[in-house]
Design a protein. Sequence first.
Length: 265
Amino acid sequence: MFLNLPFPSKISLRFLRVWQRNFGVYRQTWIISFLPPLLEPVLYILAFGLGLGQLVGELKVGSRVVSYTVFIAPALVAVAIMYNAFFETSYNSFVRMYYQKTYDALLATPLNLQEVILGDIFWAATKSVIAALLMGTMLYLFGLLALPGSFLLLPLALLGGLFFASLGMICTGLVPSIETFNVPIFLLITPMFLFSGTFFPLQQLPEWAQRVALALPLTHLVDLARASALGELSGISLWSIAYLVVGTLLLLPLALYLMQRRIID
């Protein structure tokens, strides 16, 4: 299989034209797109900060002791990065490919299929960066994120966005119908949302569950987001960075291959 993976020579900077096309569509509905990243933090903080946070109290992160709302704030950004990237290259890319026939129109131009797919992946990563910026700004206004460490959430959003966008595109290359996306969401995305250290420390889980959680990509994204925002980056963080970098380098060409096989082969 891997002998047929797309080679870089087949891909040029023309993929940015796909990114530009998607950005143009995004600008037409930017108000609707801006609302979730702006309102989600408010809802989460009201629910968990004023509700559950009163019961939990303070938690230790590295060398610091923080309130529960400060603990979950960076994790909410990490979750937004995952959701924006994954859903853009799963549901939205499937709709563009199958229902709107956008891929057919793009392939009628000098763009090749790999460039079209890569443009979609990079656009999904861009949406993750936008979501991280909007959500991070709101959380900063609530006093839950501190500068300058929180600026690191933006490059982290790009890296995490590329990872989860590639993962979403792999699903698009495999699922037989749009309804089948419920399977990876139920088996992968929802468990990561719940058990990746987003809402509670992993140390609260049994040892076997901690090991499973460490295999989940969102766990590493949450750890990096929390460590960046709280100024607790350390040598251990390098393992999480390596996980996401290596994972992206493996998943991205696989996504290109699977989509090429689905559309052409």
